[in-house]
Write a protein that binds this ligand. Structure first.
Ligand code: ATP
Length: 381
């Protein structure tokens, strides 16, 4: 690896530091209702100041993990530690944890400022201290002008920010966000993601977020845990999850991917090759796993890692021969669906960088796809 590629020391990555103490620890946690197992022997460490995302299909156990952290559920087996202390005996209102629900649950009869002040008043904090904290929170979420409005007099995005300010007013160590942006439309959702990251950074609070939206998790998170059936399948930074998935499940769950099935023909040096179709050259990708020669394996390659050519490219480690089955123009890019000589379909996504694009390649054209030997990963089965 070149010097330029090695991470500078200032990069926030406590999970790589053996000395760093986690803020949250799930230690072999299982949660059962009757004979149904919602969380299955799950262990994970989450560090202070992380923006940690739980991602997975409906019913995989994301909300159950959050509810156990908040104290609304208790593990059937195992322990949850915050700052090294088992939280089993600590009631929800005594935990340095706050949970922000999707519905926000703002009090309709209270003003924005009163909503933010609510928890502080309940704690009987001195009046001037509450006023100062509310002002600070209003500034943080840029709602000073709306302090006296009622929730129905502000927009959905602004309501979301009030809920966030209210959740952060008591300076919790940990804020749990369950689909916090679920009620917002796509554009507002994207803007709010950046605000959320900004606020998280400014306050230094640890955020754990549950989301269905992969792009959202990729945008905001320091690390993502991909879950399935009460288990964590992979925990990594967004770029690792996307570029180096460790299983077909993760490769397929996040973003668009071509899964090319074959048999291992070569391994070694961090790479593996597969023979996959009659008349097609073998394909090579990154491989961190110990794959047996001849065994079934899958090359996972993202469509945007592929280039398309009218003749066989000489400078690409991998080539696939086929013809154009379909072209979808998406504005910023076009997706080409290629049918290979053996009938598989493979997607390539090409950026439309020029405004006037004379389409050289069209339906039924015989083409070659080309990509490097680090563009894809070879995975077990
Ligand atoms: P979604 O994305 O749909 O919100 P999730 O990943 O958050 O899903 P959970 O709400 O954690 O999923 O639920 C996990 C599993 O546990 C589901 O199959 C659910 O039906 C089950 N479950 C949750 N709460 C209970 C309960 N109180 N009693 C019995 N089963 C429950």
């Amino acid at each position: 690896m070149s010097d330029a590629a090695t991470a500078p020391v200032s990069v926030f990555a406590p999970w790589e530091d053996a000395q760093a103490k986690p803020l949250i620890q799930f230690q072999n946690v299982t949660k059962r209702w009757g004979d149904f197992t919602a969380i299955d022997d799950l262990s994970i460490d989450i560090y202070a100041q992380e923006f940690f995302a739980l991602l997975g299909p409906s019913g995989c156990g994301k909300t159950t993990m959050m509810r156990m952290l908040a104290g609304f559920e208790t593990p059937t087996e195992g322990a949850i530690l915050i700052d090294g202390q088992n939280i089993a005996a600590i009631p929800p209102n005594k935990r340095a944890v706050n949970m922000m629900f999707q519905s926000y649950a703002l009090f309709p009869h209270l003003s924005v400022a009163e909503n933010i002040a609510f928890g502080l008043k309940r704690d009987k904090q001195p009046k001037d201290q509450i006023a100062a904290r509310v002002e600070e929170m209003l500034t943080l979420v840029q709602l000073n002008k709306f302090a006296n409005r009622k929730p129905h007099q502000i927009s959905g995005g602004q309501r979301q920010r009030v809920a966030l300010a209210r959740s952060l007013a008591k300076a919790p160590k940990l804020l749990l966000l369950d689909e916090p942006l679920g009620a917002l439309d796509k554009k507002l959702r994207q803007d709010t993601q950046f605000e959320l990251m900004d606020i998280q950074e400014k306050t230094g609070t640890t955020f754990v977020i549950v989301t269905h939206d992969q792009e959202e998790a990729m945008t905001v998170a320091s690390r993502i845990a991909v879950m399935d059936h009460g288990k964590i399948i992979q925990v990594d930074t967004p770029s690792k999850i996307y570029e180096e998935p460790k299983s077909i499940y993760v490769a397929d769950f996040i973003g668009d991917v071509n899964l090319i099935r074959g048999n291992v023909s070569k391994t070694g040096g961090g790479h593996a090759s597969i023979a996959w179709a009659e008349g097609q050259p073998e394909l090579t990708g990154i491989s961190q796993q110990d794959l047996p020669l001849g065994g079934a394996a899958t090359l996972a390659v993202r469509p945007e890692k592929m280039s398309i050519y009218t003749s066989r490219p000489k400078d690409q480690a991998n080539v696939i021969k086929g013809k154009v089955l379909d072209i979808a123009y998406l504005g910023n890019m076009s997706t080409y669906v290629i049918e290979t000589t053996t009938g598989e379909t493979i997607k390539a996504q090409i950026a439309n960088t020029r405004r006037i694009h004379r389409r050289q390649i069209t339906w039924e054209d015989k083409v070659w796809l080309g990509f490097t030997d680090t563009a894809g990963v070879v995975l077990d089965k």
